[in-house]
Design a protein around this ligand. Structure first.
Ligand code: IVH
Length: 749
C-alpha cells in the first residue's frame, strides 16, 4: 500500500494516479469477494484502501472518478442465476474503527437532526455477522422470492436455495401483506469444519472460511447442493413493506422474532456512545465463543421516524454504522520463503512460519505478496515498513483479518540473526527453470515457460475445472494433480479431459481398477465430463484462464461477440494493433523522458498517432471494437491477443474447442424500447442512480453500454463533470443528453 504520502501533501497528479490505482484495486477486490467468493485482500486492507480513497476525494473533489469506489456497493451479479431488481436497494454500511469514530457518528447525527448534546437519542447495538446478505420477499405470508445483494440494485434470484434453509420460514402468520426481510446467511464453525472435512474427503477444494462456504453454498445452481449444506439466517433489517413493523428498530426486530425469524440474542439498546462502546467490548469478548464469525458491531438509530429523516448517502444509510474489530496480530519466526507459481506464471512468495495462534487460528503460512514487498518497497518504488526488508530467520508480525490469507506485516529488527541475508528473489522459475521476468509497471515477476511449466499447466487446469468454469463434478484440484502426473492416463491440457474416456478404453491400467476408483466412480467421472461438452461461450472464455479475464470480462466478451468464431476472429484481427498499443506506450514514455530532459512539454498525441499510422485500418477497427466493450481495457485486450498468438496455447485452445459444442450467447432481446440496439456511453457524475444501475437498466432495455465514445456511439448521457468524452461526442456529432433526459427517454422519470 502507498499510504506513505500524507494526503495533504499529495500533488494533484499523484492524487489522480492514486485514485486510479485505488479504483482498480477496489474493483478487483470487489469482484474477488462478491462475485468469485474468493477474497484476495483482507477486510482490514479493503477498508483501509476505501478510507484512503475517500480522504483523497475529500481533498480533491474535482478528481473524483466516474467509477469512484465510494459510489459502489458490492459487485455485479455472476451469471447463471436470473436477476432480481430490488424494490428497495440493498445498501452497505459506513465503517467506524476507533471509539472516537462512534462518538463522531453520534455527533454527526445530532447535528443533522438539529438535536443538542443533552437530547435523548438511543441506538441498537448488535453483532455484524460475517456472511452474505439475503432479501426474502413474503407476499400474503408466503415466501415468494429470495435474492442476494448483487450490486445493491440487482441481485441473484436464489429462491429455490433459500427455501432449503431451516431458519427461513416458508410462511408467516400475521405479517404485513408485503414484507421483505433482510438478514445474513452464515455457517456456524462446527458446520464449516464438517463441510470442509467432507470436501477434502471427496477431493474437492476446501473453503477458505465460513463466509465463503456460506456464499458458495447459497449460490449453487443446484438447490439440492444447498440443501445438503447447513446454512443459517439471522434477520436484522427489512426492505419493501406494506405496513410498518414497529416504531423502533428494537421493536421491529422483536416483531421479526415473533414472526418466526432468528434474531441475534446480543442485540441491545444503548443510550449513547459510551454504552455502545461498552457493548462492543462485551461482544468482542464473546466473539471467540459465539460459534460463528462476526467482524464488528452495528449501531442503528432506534427511532424509525428519525431513521427516515436521516435517510441515505449514495451507498450507506446515515442512521447506521459498523464498528469493525481490529485485525488480529501475532509475532513469530520466519523459517523459510517458498516461491509458488500460479496459473498466469506469477511467482508468489509464501512465508513458512513457526506456527503461531492468531485470533484462535493456527497460522503457519502467510503471503509476502511480491519481491518489492519483501524488499520494503511498494510497487511504485515507495517505502513501506520504514524500508525494512524481510529475511529468513526474522521475527515477523503476522496479521489476520478474520477471514482471508494471513499476511506478514512487520519485522522486528532487534531480533534479526546476525547472519540473516537479504532474500534473493529468483530470476528463474523454480518449477521449470524458464526465465522469470518482470515487465515494466508489473509488480509481479512471471515465469515465461507458459504451458511447458508444469506449475502453470496444473494451475490452469485447476482453474479450468473450477466452479465458475467447467465445474466438472469429481474432477477437483486433487484429481487434476493426480492426472497431471499420471503416465498411463495423463491430463496435461484441457482437451485431454475430453479424451479421457476414449483413452481409458484402450488402457491396460484402467481407471476403474485403480486404488480409490471403481466402475461407478470412473463411469460417473466420464459422464460428468460428457455433460460439460455443451458449454456457454462466456464460461468457456473464463475457463481458458487468461490473465485479467475474470467471469465478468468473459461474459462481457461473450455478449459482445455472441459466437466463438466471431470472438476468435476478432482477437486475431486485433493482434497487430495490440503490438502497436505496446509500442505506442513505449514511444509515449520515451517522449515524456526526452521532453523532461529538454525542458519542454511532451507531445504525446502526435507520437502515438505516428505509431498507429502504421497499423492496418482493419486491425485498428478490431482493436477499437474490442477495447470499446465496457469493462474491457487495453490490458485485457493485450492478454487475449498474447494468449491467442502463443503457439502452444493456441494449439491447446483449438484442440479443446474441437471437443465442445459452444452455446452461442443470445443477443440481448431487441426490446420494444427507444434505446434497444443502441450503443450508449455514460460519462460525468450520475446523481439519481449509480453507474452500475444505469448500466443494468440500459442493458435491460436492449442497449449496449460502452466505456468509450467512438463513431459507433449512438447516445452520450453526460452528467456534471463530463470531460473529454463529451467533447469527442460533440466533435463526432453524437447526440448528447443529461441524466434527466435519459430518465425521460427510458420512461423512468
Ligand atoms: S444492517 C441499510 N445489520 O454488513 C444497511 N448489516 O457491510 C442494512 N451485516 O450489507 C444492513 N450484520 O450484509 C446490518 N447486524 C447487521 C449486519 C449487517 C452483517 C452485513 C450486511 C451489509 C454489510 C455491510
Amino acid at each position: 500500500m502507498t499510504d506513505t504520502i500524507e494526503v495533504n501533501v499529495l500533488t494533484e497528479q499523484q492524487a489522480k494516479a492514486e485514485l486510479a490505482r485505488l479504483a482498480d484495486a477496489l474493483a478487483k477486490a470487489n469482484l474477488a469477494y462478491h462475485t468469485d467468493d474468493a477474497p484476495e485482500i483482507s477486510d482490514a486492507d479493503y477498508d483501509s484502501l476505501k478510507r484512503r480513497n475517500a480522504e483523497i476525494e475529500a481533498r480533491f473533489p474535482d478528481l473524483k472518478r466516474d467509477d469512484s469506489p465510494s459510489d459502489q456497493v458490492g459487485a455485479p451479479v455472476a451469471s447463471g442465476f436470473s436477476k432480481v431488481t430490488h424494490a428497495v436497494s440493498m445498501l452497505s454500511l459506513a465503517n467506524a474503527f476507533e471509539d472516537d469514530d462512534v462518538a463522531e457518528f453520534d455527533t454527526r447525527i445530532r447535528k443533522y437532526l438539529g438535536l443538542n448534546a443533552g437530547a435523548q437519542l438511543s441506538y441498537t447495538a448488535e453483532p455484524k455477522i460475517d456472511g452474505l446478505s439475503l432479501s426474502l420477499r413474503y407476499e400474503n405470508g408466503a415466501l415468494v422470492q429470495a435474492a442476494t445483494r448483487g450490486d445493491g440494485t440487482v441481485g441473484e434470484n436464489v429462491t429455490a436455495n433459500a427455501r432449503t434453509i431451516d431458519d427461513v420460514p416458508q410462511t408467516l402468520t400475521g405479517a404485513p401483506e408485503v414484507l421483505e426481510v433482510r438478514g445474513e446467511v452464515y455457517m456456524s464453525h462446527p458446520d464449516f469444519d464438517a463441510l470442509n472435512a467432507r470436501q477434502e474427503e471427496t477431493g474437492q477444494k476446501p473453503f477458505a472460511n465460513p463466509r465463503n462456504a456460506a456464499a458458495g453454498s447459497l449460490r449453487q445452481l443446484d438447490a439440492n447442493i444447498t440443501r445438503a449444506r447447513p446454512l443459517r439466517f439471522f434477520a436484522y433489517a427489512w426492505g419493501a413493506l406494506s405496513n410498518p413493523l414497529a416504531d423502533t428498530q428494537m421493536g421491529a426486530i422483536e416483531r421479526l422474532a415473533e414472526l418466526g425469524f432468528q434474531t441475534n440474542p446480543l442485540t441491545t439498546l444503548c443510550a449513547g456512545p459510551k454504552e455502545m462502546v461498552a457493548h462492543y467490548r462485551r461482544i468482542e469478548q464473546a466473539r471467540a465463543t459465539l460459534g460463528y464469525d462476526i467482524d464488528g458491531v452495528v449501531y442503528k438509530v432506534n427511532d424509525l421516524a428519525l431513521q427516515g429523516r436521516l435517510g441515505f448517502r449514495s451507498t450507506t444509510p446515515r442512521w447506521a454504522v459498523a464498528h469493525k474489530f481490529p485485525a488480529e496480530l501475532a509475532w513469530t519466526r520466519l523459517d523459510a520463503i517458498d516461491i509458488q507459481v500460479g496459473r498466469t506464471g506469477a511467482l508468489s512468495p509464501v512465508a513458512r512460519l513457526s506456527p503461531v495462534t492468531v485470533g484462535g487460528v493456527v497460522v503457519s503460512n502467510a503471503t509476502l505478496h511480491n519481491e518489492d514487498y519483501i524488499a520494503g518497497r511498494d510497487n511504485k518504488g515507495g517505502i513501506i515498513r520504514d524500508g525494512k526488508d524481510i529475511r529468513v530467520g526474522d521475527w515477523v508480525q503476522v496479521y489476520r483479518a478474520g477471514d482471508v490469507i494471513p499476511k506478514v506485516a512487520d519485522v522486528d529488527l532487534s531480533k534479526r540473526p546476525a547472519d540473516a541475508l537479504p532474500f534473493q528473489f529468483p530470476s528463474q522459475c523454480p518449477e521449470c527453470g524458464s526465465d522469470a521476468i518482470r515487465e515494466e509497471g508489473d509488480a509481479v515477476r512471471r515465469c515465461t515457460g507458459g504451458l511447458i511449466c508444469p506449475a502453470q499447466a496444473v494451475e490452469k487446469l485447476k482453474h479450468f475445472v473450477s466452479r465458475g468454469a467447467f465445474d466438472i463434478e469429481g474432477l477437483g484440484a486433487k484429481q487434476v494433480e493426480m492426472f497431471y502426473h499420471d503416465d498411463q492416463l495423463p491430463i496435461r491440457t484441457p482437451a485431454d479431459i475430453f479424451s479421457l474416456k476414449a483413452r481409458d478404453a484402450g488402457n491396460l491400467s484402467k481407471l476403474a481398477n485403480r486404488d480409490g476408483w471403481g466402475e461407478t466412480s470412473a463411469g460417473n467421472l466420464f459422464d460428468a465430463i460428457d455433460e460439460r461438452r455443451d458449454v456457454p461461450l462466456g464460461r468457456l472464455i473464463f475457463a481458458l484462464g487468461i490473465r485479467h479475464v475474470g467471469e465478468v470480462a468473459a461474459n462481457d466478451l461473450a455478449r459482445h461477440y455472441l459466437t466463438w468464431d466471431a470472438f476468435a476472429e476478432a482477437i486475431d484481427a486485433a493482434a497487430p494493433a495490440a503490438e502497436c498499443h505496446l509500442q505506442a506506450d513505449a514511444a509515449e514514455a520515451a517522449e515524456r523522458k526526452a521532453a523532461a530532459e529538454e525542458g519542454r512539454r511532451a507531445r504525446i498525441k502526435p507520437v502515438r498517432d505516428n505509431v498507429w499510422a502504421e497499423v492496418d485500418p482493419h486491425a485498428q477497427a478490431a482493436w477499437a471494437d474490442l477495447t470499446g466493450i465496457d469493462g474491457i481495457g487495453a490490458s485485457v485486450a493485450t492478454a487475449l491477443v498474447t494468449t491467442f498468438q502463443q503457439q502452444a496455447e493456441r494449439r491447446s485452445i483449438e484442440a479443446l474447442v474441437s471437443n465442445l459444442q459452444i452455446e452461442t450467447t443470445e443477443a440481448p432481446a431487441a426490446a420494444d424500447s427507444p434505446v434497444a440496439g443502441k450503443t450508449v456511453v455514460f460519462t460525468g457524475t450520475l446523481e439519481k442512480m449509480t453507474r452500475a444501475e444505469a448500466k443494468a437498466r440500459a442493458e435491460a432495455l436492449g442497449a449496449k453500454v460502452s466505456g468509450s465514445v467512438s463513431a459507433k456511439t449512438d447516445l452520450l448521457v453526460a452528467g456534471p463533470g463530463a470531460g473529454s468524452k463529451a467533447k469527442k461526442a460533440a466533435d463526432l456529432g453524437i447526440e448528447t443528453i443529461d441524466e434527466d433526459g435519459w430518465l425521460d427517454l427510458i420512461g423512468a422519470s
